[in-house]
Design a binder for this molecule. Structure first.
Ligand code: TRH
Length: 378
């Protein structure tokens, strides 16, 4: 039986999350579900940052089993034969009008999904899988929401991820070898290791000051390009890979921006991870370590509502809640006290993480849920 084909359209709005999520989903659908996936991406340079094999000069290429096509503009010509069995637009990106017209004349209409962003809010359950009829053409698009409950599409999670993580942390040489490949010295690795991925508006300088003055030695590992102004101010030099400086109990080291597949290893290697947006936030949940989430800011502080909805579901205790709220500008606190409380609570927070993993995995993984949903419509 010929395999199903799937076209996934990704517009890189800003940051890495959109392509990060689409690339992860594309690979998993191809590898674990045998689907012939074509990933259409408008911004090949951003894609190359997380996946160095991508050749930005090539319009069509095979990367890790996925056909990658440069989505240059909205003008392409498409015939019914060009349309895949399943068509996914990520986060409401407008796919080319000619492609939509070709979908409508395909003898067997494709399943058409809009893959939405992740939120822990309750309304998601009511919107997941809702249909929307095209105003003119005989086509129906369905909204597919990732989420934390059985009434949503679940979260991206590759088969074998937990086994890979366990093998990595159980291997006595893997963690030191990985950190050393990023330039981290043995002395730096002996301190509490914190990875830092956040938006430029996070209160990094304030937290650095608390770490400097704290009783706990901290090595903060920051991929290049993250919170560059605050990091450069601490370093007293440009925040480029390899730059490092210590003051008081804190050492800050700038790492190269790692390929996406190595980002998990960074999370697994650290004691505490600061993550942001969507994809790194989900990866931190699979890493079984304490994490602090920096949510993407929205107008009218809508993101504070989303943050609270997650913290309520996650229920890891007041130390994590208060630190997270302050980190996102939704609360005010004394950073030294917030940090002390978080460090004290970290063993308990990390211990609870496997319980959380079981809970969210009980809903199935997003790629599997998505293929089942498509099969129900075909
Ligand atoms: O880049 P982000 O801020 O993306 C965000 C969110 O997706 C948000 O929902 C969206 O609306 C907004 O963009 C426009 O954060 P996110 O989602 O964590 O994606 C980062 C990706 O980058 C993720 O796939 C991990 C990857 N990454 C690396 O590959 N190497 C690195 O060194 C780092 C720090 C991240």
């Amino acid at each position: 039986m010929p395999s199903l084909s799937l076209d996934l359209f990704c517009k890189v709005v800003d940051n890495f999350g959109d392509i990060g999520i689409c690339w992860r989903l594309a690979r998993q659908l191809q590898r674990e579900h045998g689907i012939a996936v074509t990933l259409w991406v408008d911004d090949m340079r951003t894609f190359q940052r997380i996946c160095p094999q991508v050749d930005t000069a090539v319009d069509r290429q095979l990367v890790d089993g996925v056909v990658v096509r440069h989505w240059a503009n909205q003008d392409g010509e498409f015939a019914a034969d060009d349309v895949a069995d399943i068509v996914i637009e990520f986060f409401g990106c407008d796919i080319p009008p000619a492609y939509i017209a070709a979908m409508a004349v395909r003898p067997h209409r494709p399943v058409w999904l809009n893959l939405e962003g992740l939120s822990a809010e309750e309304w998601v359950e009511g919107c997941h899988s809702l249909p929307s009829r095209h105003p003119r053409l005989p086509l129906t698009k369905y909204f597919f929401f990732p989420g934390f409950t059985e009434k949503t599409g679940g979260l991206l999670y590759e088969a074998g991820l937990e086994a890979e993580r366990r093998a990595y942390i159980a291997d006595p040489v893997a963690v030191p070898a990985f950190l050393s490949s990023l330039g981290v010295t043995a002395a730096e690795a002996a301190a509490m290791k914190v990875s830092l991925f956040c938006y430029p508006y996070a209160p990094v300088a304030e937290v650095f000051a608390a770490w400097c003055a704290g009783g706990q030695a901290v090595t903060c590992l920051v991929p290049e390009g993250v919170a560059s102004d605050a990091v450069a101010a601490f370093l007293e030099q440009p925040a480029v890979a390899g730059a490092v400086r210590s003051e008081g109990a804190l050492t800050v080291r700038v790492l190269p921006f790692v390929p996406q597949q190595d980002y998990d290893k960074l999370l697994w290697s650290c004691d505490l991870n600061f993550v942001r947006g969507e994809d790194s936030w989900v990866r931190a949940q699979w890493a079984a370590k304490s994490f602090i989430w920096n949510i993407y800011a929205q107008d009218e502080n809508l993101h504070h509502k989303k943050l609270r909805a997650f913290l309520q579901r996650y229920a890891a205790g007041s130390a994590l809640d208060e630190f997270s709220l302050c980190w996102n500008g939704a609360g005010q606190g004394d950073w030294a006290g917030l940090w002390k409380a978080l460090v004290t609570a970290m063993p308990e927070i990390s211990a609870k993480s496997s319980e959380w993993q079981q809970k969210i995995l009980a809903n199935g993984d997003l790629a599997t849920n998505l293929t089942k949903f498509c099969a129900s419509l075909r």
